[in-house]
Structures are given as structure tokens and as C-alpha cells.
Ligand binder design. Structure first.
Ligand SMILES: [Zn+2]
Ligand SMILES: [Zn+2]
Length: 171
């Protein structure tokens, strides 16, 4: 995802509109693979604000595809995140926190990846009230119930606690 800034370098201080599209590789996020099936877009303006500095601001648009944490079906999560970052070149690049550029080419891939990953939900859900899978037979309960008998006492941590309390009372 390369932004050619040669126009801006000829016109320091001018805000130049840009649109860059690209693809992001699947990422391992907390042990789950997250894919970006569509093109990722960065759109906004950049300006050369100093001898060594270019400020890039705008909005990233992407679609992140993960697995529902309850039923494991794929879920598409739209990502839209504003950004404003300074890119530096030359001696200023010693600061590892900074994004850097060489010549008239700005590589926006790392910025795009950082923005997209930070914006991901802690866990994907296909819908708020997803019923998940039956812990016994694995059936997707959103598609209907199964005939398994779930032992409430095994499944519900509260009932285990209740049992413990009851035992204590009897002592
Ligand atoms: Zn689900
Ligand atoms: Zn079942």
C-alpha cells in the first residue's frame, strides 16, 4: 500500500487528497485467525509539514472476518477508523515509535494493519443473542434445539456454588 508523495514534496504545506487500496494478510489475533476478505482502503489528505515530516490523515475502511465465539460461524465486522499520523524520514527515523518513509514513497501497510487490528472486537459474535453450539452434540442451536439432556448442575457454575453453600450450611 504505497502512497506516492512526490506531488506534495513539490508543494510543501499543501493538503493533497489521496486514496490508497490494498490487501492485508490474515492475522493471528489472540489465537484466532482474522481475515480481511475485501480491499482495505485508506482515504484522506497528506501534507509535507517539514523537511523530514509528512502528516497523513483520513479514514481506514476494511472488513474483518472472524469466527463467532459462540457458534463458530464466520462473521464479517466492518472497520472504519479515523487516523492522523506523522511519517518521518532521515535522522528522525531513529525513533522506533514513528512511521518512516524513504524518498517520495510512503508505505501505508503497517499503519493500515495497526489501525485495523486495534479496532477489532474482543470477540466476534454473529449476533448479540447467538445461542452457540450444544456442548454435547455440537449442533448450532440458532438453527433449532437438539434433543440432548443438559445436566444443569454441570453446566451452570452458579449451581455448583449453590451446592457448596448448601453443604456448608448442613455442617
Ligand atoms: Zn454465533
Ligand atoms: Zn445437543
Amino acid at each position: 500500500m504505497i502512497l506516492d508523495v512526490s506531488k506534495g514534496l513539490r508543494m510543501p504545506g499543501e493538503e493533497i487528497p489521496f486514496l490508497v487500496e490494498g490487501e492485508l494478510d490474515p492475522q493471528d489475533v489472540m489465537g484466532e485467525t482474522v481475515e480481511f476478505p475485501d480491499k482495505v482502503t485508506l482515504e484522506g489528505r497528506y501534507s509535507v509539514t517539514g523537511v523530514n515530516t509528512i502528516v497523513v490523515e483520513g479514514e481506514l475502511t476494511a472488513v474483518a472476518r472472524g469466527k463467532c465465539s459462540r457458534c463458530l460461524n464466520p462473521v464479517d465486522f466492518p472497520v472504519r477508523v479515523p487516523f492522523s499520523e506523522a511519517f518521518v524520514t532521515g535522522e528522525a527515523t531513529d525513533d522506533a515509535e514513528q512511521f518512516s518513509y524513504e524518498g517520495s514513497k510512503l508505505d501505508l501497510s503497517l499503519l493500515a494493519l495497526t489501525l485495523a487490528v486495534l479496532e477489532l472486537p474482543i470477540r466476534f459474535l454473529c449476533r448479540e443473542d447467538c445461542l452457540g453450539l450444544c456442548p454435547k452434540c455440537g449442533k448450532n442451536l440458532n438453527e433449532g434445539s437438539c434433543s440432548c439432556e443438559i445436566d444443569e448442575d454441570d453446566e451452570n457454575p452458579m449451581s455448583v456454588l449453590r451446592k457448596l453453600l448448601k453443604n456448608n450450611e448442613e455442617v
